[in-house]
Design a binder for this molecule. Structure first.
Ligand code: ADP
Ligand code: ADP
Length: 230
């Protein structure tokens, strides 16, 4: 089954004449790991924002996890239940402890406070940071913060993880660890993983790499197609 179905998606920003997305067609299967590459300004973040219903297109159709993101009115529900976001700047809330940050996405669930705490600590186990549960994010290294962001992205059992340069600010050893963790989660829980990256070493780990250029997809092939480009 497809978890993403996009047809002829167009997006123009109000102050710009450039089409940030200029007719995108894309399908992604359930449980797939897809990387999105392309030069700066090509439309990668815009595409990711559309997938997470953070912004609406001008025209075209976009269906994600069974939600029609254009006509559906329950976009808050969609974001809360279906999507885990990981951004480069991991936007953790500084005044909350690590474990409290992970509980945030669970507030829309039916879990009690103690169930939320148990689940948040379990997620910290998965990313190897249980011993940091009561620390504030400012006490953690960049790699540790990004692992907290991964745990938080998993807190609502999303069917899709959207990650925008998740390892962009990390050294290569740390970023390998972070990616390994994401890929393990994708495999063990059949989570669809969509990663925007500038790093070809990261991109080629995916089942499939999509290249965006001037708001269009120029390559949506299997990853073997990339071999002669590296
Ligand atoms: P990336 O590192 O993914 O290339 P960008 O620097 O393109 O990120 O964008 C970072 C943020 O700034 C995004 O939220 C994007 O929507 C916004 N942004 C990018 N270009 C512009 C622009 N020309 N005007 C206003 N906001 C922009
Ligand atoms: P990428 O992620 O590949 O760097 P973006 O999706 O951020 O590209 O940007 C695609 C195009 O849309 C660029 O020309 C960028 O300047 C423009 N853009 C992105 N976000 C905004 C925004 N919030 N307002 C105006 N223009 C934007």
């Amino acid at each position: 089954d497809n978890v993403v179905e996009i047809n002829n998606l167009v997006k123009t920003y109000e102050n710009g004449h450039i089409k940030a997305l200029n007719g995108i067609d894309l399908t992604i299967g359930e449980g797939e790991f897809v990387s999105i590459i392309g030069p700066s300004g090509s439309g990668k973040s815009t595409l990711l924002n559309m997938l997470g219903a953070l912004d609406l297109p001008d025209s075209g159709s976009i269906n994600v996890a069974g939600y029609d993101l254009i006509s559906n009115k329950k976009l808050n529900e969609f974001r809360a239940k279906k999507i885990g976001f990981i951004f480069q700047l991991h936007n953790l809330i500084p005044n909350l402890s690590v474990v409290e940050n992970i509980e945030i996405p669970m507030f829309t669930s039916k879990l009690s406070n103690s169930e939320m705490r148990v689940k948040a600590l379990d997620l910290l186990d998965i990313v190897g940071l249980r011993d940091k549960a009561s620390q504030k994010p400012s006490k953690l290294s960049g790699g540790e913060r990004q692992r907290v962001a991964i745990a938080r992205a998993l807190a609502n059992d999303p069917s899709i993880i959207l990650a925008d340069e998740p390892t962009g600010s990390l050294d290569s050893k740390t970023s390998t660890k972070i990616l390994k963790q994401l890929i393990d989660l994708h495999r063990s829980q059949n989570v669809t993983l969509i990663i925007v990256t500038h790093d070809m070493d990261v991109a080629k780990l995916a089942d499939r790499t999509i290249e965006v250029l001037d708001g269009k997809l120029v390559n949506a092939g299997e990853n073997s197609l990339l071999d002669d480009k590296i």
